[in-house]
Design a protein around this ligand. Structure first.
Ligand code: ATP
Ligand code: MG
Length: 284
């Protein structure tokens, strides 16, 4: 039984559980205990605070864990990133009050910086030869400059909305983060390794499908070449005959990001009955 450490509640929880569900791994509907075995796959979930996940994997309490890369880098435990999961994307940045005249990273010399990530910050400051006073607070870091607790902050940024509402501007991005699957540095027993390989295979199939759509449409035979030329990256889409010999059905897979642009041009070229479907899994 492979034991996966997962955040018990918080920003990682929903998408982690959704990924696990999409990978076909089922759990009892109600979460009564902190250690819950799957109903249909040889894994069990250990629910923890995200701060404790790197340590739990490093010490072998859990075999693998799902946690933000920011926590992995901050905790400096002996773990390795096995797979990037692509959700909970954010960055760790330095930010300062909007009305301050920023002169570059040396501005921080001699300043006081509030953060929940002292290890990553210290490392950045050392690399840049800057001495600053690091003030560790856990939570509500963004209010520190406003209440006179610090000159700047080093914190998680995603949309930047929190910074704006606290009159702060992001001046230096230090790291990009996303949820990652981590494992220990040692060798897992063969049976657990096989389960882990299967788990990563399923995660990859879910992720590959996530950004893609399955597109099908009816196209007049005379327009087939033009339509195929519009489909990006696909030299040879599936083309099926229709009962009406003047028409055919074209099937392909597109990136979700290209979706609107392509749909409009396909319609202009003569495609009809365009269907766009979610792809559940994609195995290369
Ligand atoms: P815990 O109670 O488990 O210690 P927490 O309060 O430390 O939780 P959360 O706020 O739930 O942490 O965030 C967990 C992780 O989600 C962060 O470490 C980061 O990787 C990611 N994250 C945090 N804020 C955002 C955001 N605004 N956008 C995207 N990802 C984020
Ligand atoms: Mg935490």
């Amino acid at each position: 039984m492979l034991r996966i450490a997962v955040q018990s509640k918080g920003r990682l929880y929903d998408e982690t559980m959704e990924l696990i569900a999409q990978a076909g791994i089922k759990f009892p509907a109600v979460k009564r205990t902190l250690l819950v075995p799957s109903r249909n796959f040889p894994v069990e979930i250990l629910y923890l605070r995200d701060d404790d996940i790197p340590d739990s994997v490093a010490t072998g309490t859990a075999d693998v864990g799902i946690v933000g890369l920011n926590e992995v880098l901050e905790k400096r435990q002996r773990v390795k990133v096995l797979h990037e999961l692509g959700f909970s994307r954010c960055r760790l940045s330095l930010a300062i009050p909007r009305d301050v005249d920023y002169t570059g990273v040396r501005w921080f010399n001699g300043k006081k910086i509030a953060t929940s990530y002292p290890v990553i910050l210290k490392d950045f400051l050392n690399r840049n030869g800057i001495t600053a006073d690091i003030h560790v607070i856990n939570g509500s870091v963004e209010i520190a400059p406003g209440i006179g607790l610090s000159d700047g902050i080093f914190d998680i940024v995603s949309s930047g909305g929190t910074l704006v509402s606290n009159n702060l501007v992001e001046v230096e991005k230090i790291i990009d983060s996303q949820a990652v699957l981590i494992g220990g540095t040692g060798q897992l027993p063969e049976d657990k390794q096989a389960v882990l390989d299967e788990l990563i295979f399923r995660f990859k199939a879910v992720k590959a499908a996530d950004s893609k759509k399955y597109l099908l449409m009816n196209v007049p035979r005379t327009k087939l070449k033009e339509v195929v030329a519009l489909l990006p990256g696909m030299k040879s889409p599936t083309v099926l005959p229709l009962a009406d010999a003047d028409w055919c059905s074209v099937h392909t897979v597109i990136e979700e990001s290209q979706f609107w642009d392509i749909i409009t041009r396909l319609k202009e070229t003569g495609a009809e009955g365009i269907l766009v479907l979610d792809i559940m899994k994609m195995v290369p």
